[in-house]
Design a protein around this ligand. Structure first.
Ligand code: FES
Length: 354
């Protein structure tokens, strides 16, 4: 451990920590935008600047190693003034249409603008929409008029999803997050996992599937496990008025051991089946080539009767059970138990075996 002084208080942190980590360990809050503990450091937004005694320039705390006996101020007048300028610079290319933004009230950039009293920017960049929102995919809204170039989406795509669908195109004022040749996401290696939506600290990346269905403060978040496959990813169903209106995931809230907040396209965006009008809600029995509705008792009796007839006529080994990774371990266990103990055969297989 090393000892340093932050805001007049002596604190300790493991050798090798950054100043930001030293602050976080000791309950001192520092604003960050490009920092994400799961991603490689970028040090690009500079919101996390702090004053280090004896150094002529403010240091970005997320990329500056903490050293023994350092004296640090995180909230001095100068630091607050610097953060205001940084926010203004970022706001210069940020389209403030918060009232209709899907991220309103759930936006880190908005929170900092509120905290530091930034209503507009002195710097010219356009102060409005410049980029068209044209990507035709059904899942992600990409509004680069709200992008602050923190590159968290790029790093998440590269380091967590390993799709490498996007990167920074051009430099300086012309910099923009883009696919190769600025094409559509569907023509890129993007797998629409939505990891970029999860890490975006502004309204630049949002879910189209949930658009207009509820503000973050209107929904109840219900922790659950994805049913699409046997991986067992954890996420939160966003529920408003007893209806699912979205899925969110966040390793810090959920602490999900399997996926650490990461999801695939099905888990993150494929929830609309829950309230689909054509979803089956009763068993169907086929008679004369047509389905008719039946009660569970009637349907199960029919299945039991038919399986019994097949067993008597052709023997147990004429039947087999093929189960799925899309059901739970308990259901798979029951399926094999039923096959062995009731049907009397060991013909059991599973779609995930190969
Ligand atoms: Fe440190 Fe962005 S959070 S530079």
């Amino acid at each position: 451990m090393i000892t340093l002084t932050i805001n007049g208080r002596e604190v300790q942190t493991p050798r090798g920590s950054t100043i930001l980590e030293a602050c976080q360990r000791n309950g001192i809050s520092i604003p960050t935008l490009c920092y994400d503990p799961d991603l490689r450091l970028a040090g690009s937004c500079r919101m996390c600047v702090v004053e280090v005694k004896g150094r002529p320039l403010y240091a970005a705390s997320c990329v500056t190693p903490a050293e023994s006996n350092m004296i640090i101020e995180t909230d001095s007048e100068g630091i607050v003034a610097a953060r205001k300028v940084i926010l203004e610079l970022l706001a210069a290319r940020h389209h403030f249409n918060c009232q209709v933004c899907e991220k309103n009230a759930n936006c880190t950039f908005q929170d900092y603008c509120y905290q530091y009293g930034i209503k507009e920017s002195r710097y010219e960049y356009g102060h409005g929409a410049i980029y068209e929102i044209t990507d035709p995919n059904p899942f992600l809204e990409r509004d680069y008029n709200k992008c602050i170039m923190c590159t968290r989406c790029v790093r998440a795509c590269e380091e967590i999803t390993v799709a490498r669908a996007i990167n920074v195109k051009n430099r300086g004022h012309e910099a923009k997050i883009s696919t190769a040749f600025d094409g559509n996401l569907a023509d890129s290696p993007c797998v629409f996992c939505g990891q970029c939506v999860m890490v975006c600290p502004t309204g630049a990346l949002t879910s189209r599937v949930s658009a207009g269905m509820g503000r973050s403060y209107e929904v109840d978040k219900v922790l659950t496990t994805c049913t699409y496959c046997g991986t067992g990813c954890t996420f939160e169903l966003n529920v408003k008025d007893d209806r699912v209106v979205g899925v969110t995931s966040d390793r810090t809230i959920v602490g999900s051991p399997v996926n650490k907040g990461a999801l695939c396209v099905k888990g993150r965006f494929g929830w609309d089946f829950i309230h689909a009008n054509d979803r089956l809600t009763t068993p169907l029995i086929k008679e004369n080539g047509e389905f008719r509705e039946a009660s569970w008792d009637e349907a199960l009796d029919l299945v039991a009767q038919r399986l019994g007839e097949i067993k008597t006529e052709h023997g147990p080994d004429s039947m087999a059970m093929f189960t799925s990774a899309r059901v739970t371990n308990e259901e798979n266990y029951l399926a094999q138990k039923f096959t062995r103990a009731v049907l009397g055969t060991n013909n059991v297989d599973h779609c995930a075996r190969l």
